[in-house]
Design a protein around this ligand. Structure first.
Ligand SMILES: [Zn+2]
Length: 330
């Protein structure tokens, strides 16, 4: 069993001719789609565009990573598992183990980020948040990549979950396939809507966001969210990610001869201060306004009561608000 890890960040080699996962030399045809083929097919994504940080457009189908046949095979096994889960909707996703969901999301997210890095070499417009020029960003990506090695090398995460993954059931009037996508590269946030399941994830927080949002999660447990509620839920998670201060580190435990897998330990350096910066309603309102843009809810409407921003998700007592239709209170 080969337990050797690969790290392209050690000398920043992101060659188009080295497998992204193991570094093996590959030819031009050995590529892996960032958004898996089954996903592109089910949601008609191949020709749809996604906008990068430098405002350039790229089709979902054009985003690929160099990948050797061996790694394509192991990734393919995971894809098969996720495809079957997605065919079973929410229940399928809930039955999928957290590590598989994490690795599946992390691979897509990593692929998008590498595409961003490449675009930055010849940017259309200089992005506000550059990936390659931000040392913290690179540190986070390197950590994520180390976790992603679990796709090809047997790795056990000892006593920690690297990510927070939220699976949110949605109210939906159509049975047509529905896909939505959002990310925030600077905070490691990533979400996908697949039909009536919304997956929101912080990919590198060791589960801290999930813990911090426990009261909200308890309130909405088992409920199907109206789209305006789902948008509010997303705003809360994305804003919490923005307040999150830590970057977890991961280490490989020393090996003994005959070991069949690696064990990762984690260390969270929290000596420097608090895990989250303080929640500020006026900043949160700006985030929420962005997420509520499709419904044209403005910041002043959100902050009618500055101490208690408008919520369609929770009542003033913090319980779930049943919502068939909605209106802004005057
Ligand atoms: Zn490979």
């Amino acid at each position: 069993m080969n337990l050797r890890l690969y790290d392209p960040f050690a000398n920043m080699t992101f060659s188009e001719h080295a497998c992204f996962l193991c570094g093996t030399i590959v030819n031009d045809t050995e590529r892996l789609p960032v958004f898996p083929a089954w996903l592109q097919k089910r949601y008609g994504l191949a020709a749809k565009n996604l906008m990068l940080l430098d405002q350039s457009q790229i089709a979902f189908g054009e985003m690929t990573l160099p990948c050797c046949p061996g790694c394509q095979k192991t990734v393919g096994e995971l894809e098969e598992k996720v495809l079957v889960a997605n065919d079973n909707g929410l229940q399928g996703w809930q039955n999928l183990d957290e590590k598989s969901i994490f690795l599946w999301l992390a691979k897509i997210y990593y692929g998008i980020t590498v595409t961003e890095l490449k675009a930055e070499r010849a940017p259309l417009i200089k992005p506000e948040h550059s990936v390659g020029e931000n040392p913290k960003m690179l540190q986070k990506l390197q950590s994520l990549f180390m976790l992603l090695q679990a796709l090809r090398v047997p790795v056990e995460f000892d006593d920690f979950t690297p990510a927070s993954v939220f699976l949110v059931p949605l109210q939906r009037e159509t049975t047509e396939p529905e896909f939505n996508y959002r990310d925030d590269i600077t905070t490691m946030m990533f979400s996908l809507q697949l039909d009536d399941v919304l997956i929101v994830s912080h990919l590198l927080d060791n589960g801290f966001l999930k813990k911090a949002l426990t009261p909200v999660l308890r309130a909405i447990e088992g409920e199907q969210l109206h789209p305006i509620q789902a948008a509010e839920f997303s705003a809360r998670v994305y804003y919490a990610a923005y307040l999150f201060n830590l970057i977890p580190d991961y280490f490989v435990r020393s090996q003994k001869p005959g070991d069949t897998h690696l064990i990762y330990d984690t260390l969270v350096d929290d000596i420097t201060g608090s895990i989250f910066n303080p929640w500020e309603n006026d900043v949160y309102a700006t985030a929420l306004e962005k997420f509520w843009q499709p419904w044209h809810v403005s910041r002043p409407q959100i902050l009618q009561n500055p101490d208690l921003p408008l919520s369609f998700l929770l009542t003033e007592e913090g319980t779930f608000r049943k919502l068939e239709s909605w209106e802004i209170p005057v």
